[in-house]
Design a binder for this molecule. Structure first.
Ligand code: HEM
Length: 340
């Protein structure tokens, strides 16, 4: 039987940044300049020495019954990083044989990358790794490519993509069922729930001196060409914004998907705080480059340079690292002045 491991406290995870009596923030609207949220360390495995009970039988997001016979060589393919975090949290880190370019977890940084041209799947690179199991929410690659991999004999389990706080437990349980570790999944889900409650208390303490919820948007930028979007609710922006005590300008303006971040759209949303991914911003010429994009300087966040960045695979990964992510972001938003 797997033994339960304690979750080792680490910087910027929930529970370490204070309780309701912890550090108070200042009025977020009085802060200016860019700030970086601390990077949340890799998930600690919820069990030591996991022993998957196989074969596992699960129903995938298409309603198909899938039999998982082996978890020896796993690929977890998810634009947001959640599935990989969950596999690591279930103790199967060593069974991962590759990663997508979204997976920036320290433990797997040296594994081969199986994505190409942004977030498409390189099926040849996948097959070269001889995976026995692919876990995917199909945010990476296409249905055609997964069918091709199934035809080549790889077991593919498809999960619903639901980037929200409420979905965290379900995703952990579904992944746990697929890899034959339902009990480890219970442990991981319970731990994540408890950490989430602590994180919410910490965020509440940090935002206590901010009487008016600042207007915020999540922007996705990559490079200096056309990949520049406002992220809507269905892309996972709303829950993170709401949990941080911010007002969701995109949702208030009916944006649910990806909307090109052109000058008109940015100016009409007029965010006071911009949330973005660290490497994405770097690839756009840093905060300076981002603020030179048409329309940015005319927003309040642009004029105060209030851009809060977090690691790419962390910002929107709704999973075991969410509590730490919330605390890290709240600390940046409510305490870190960028000195502008
Ligand atoms: C590359 C994360 C969504 C387009 C990347 C990289 C990461 C990442 C970590 C690799 C950067 C590097 O290797 O230095 C994410 C996350 C997303 C997301 C977490 C969740 C919302 C998107 C979307 C698009 C996009 C919606 C386009 C519509 C690209 C492109 C690259 C890239 C074009 C560059 C790939 C290359 O240079 O080979 N992304 N991304 N990403 N992403 Fe995303």
């Amino acid at each position: 039987n797997p033994t339960t491991a304690s979750s080792s406290p680490a910087p910027a995870t929930a529970g370490t940044a204070g309780t309701a009596a912890g550090p108070a923030g200042v009025d977020a609207l009085g802060l200016s300049g860019p700030a970086q949220a601390a990077t949340v360390p890799d998930v600690t495995a919820a069990v030591k020495d996991p022993r998957p009970q196989l074969p596992a039988k699960v129903t995938d997001s298409n309603g198909k019954t899938i039999t998982v016979a082996s978890t020896d060589r796993i690929l977890a393919l998810d634009l947001y990083g959640t599935l990989t975090d969950t596999v690591i949290g279930l103790g199967l880190e060593k069974n991962l044989v590759g990663r997508s370019n979204s997976d920036t977890q320290a433990a797997i940084k040296d594994l081969p990358v199986v994505t190409q041209s942004g977030h498409d799947l390189n099926t040849e690179a996948v097959l070269n790794l001889n995976p026995t199991l692919i876990l995917t929410n199909t945010t990476i690659g296409s249905e055609e490519k997964y069918a091709q991999l199934e035809n080549a004999g790889v077991t593919v389990v498809r999960f619903e993509q639901t980037p929200s706080l409420d979905s965290i437990d379900d995703t952990i349980e579904e992944v746990g069922d697929a890899v034959g570790l339902p009990e480890a999944a219970d442990t991981l889900a319970e731990r994540t729930d408890a950490e989430l409650e602590e994180a919410k208390a910490t965020v509440n303490a940090l935002k206590a001196n901010t009487p008016q919820a600042p207007r915020a948007v999540v922007l996705y930028v990559r490079g200096t060409a056309g990949v520049f979007f406002i992220l809507g609710k269905d892309y996972g922006a709303s829950d993170i914004i709401g949990a941080l005590g911010l007002a969701d300008s995109a949702a208030e303006n009916g944006i649910t998907q990806l909307k090109p971040a052109n000058a008109e759209a940015l100016v009409s949303l007029d965010p006071q705080i911009v949330l973005a991914m660290e490497d994405g911003v770097k690839s756009a010429g840093g905060v300076e480059g981002l603020l030179k994009r048409p329309g940015m300087a005319a927003t309040t966040a642009g004029s105060t340079q209030r851009v809060i960045t977090a690691a790419d695979g962390q910002l929107l990964a709704y999973g075991p690292r969410t509590p730490g992510n919330l605390v890290a972001l709240a600390q940046a938003i409510y305490t870190k002045d960028g000195g502008q």
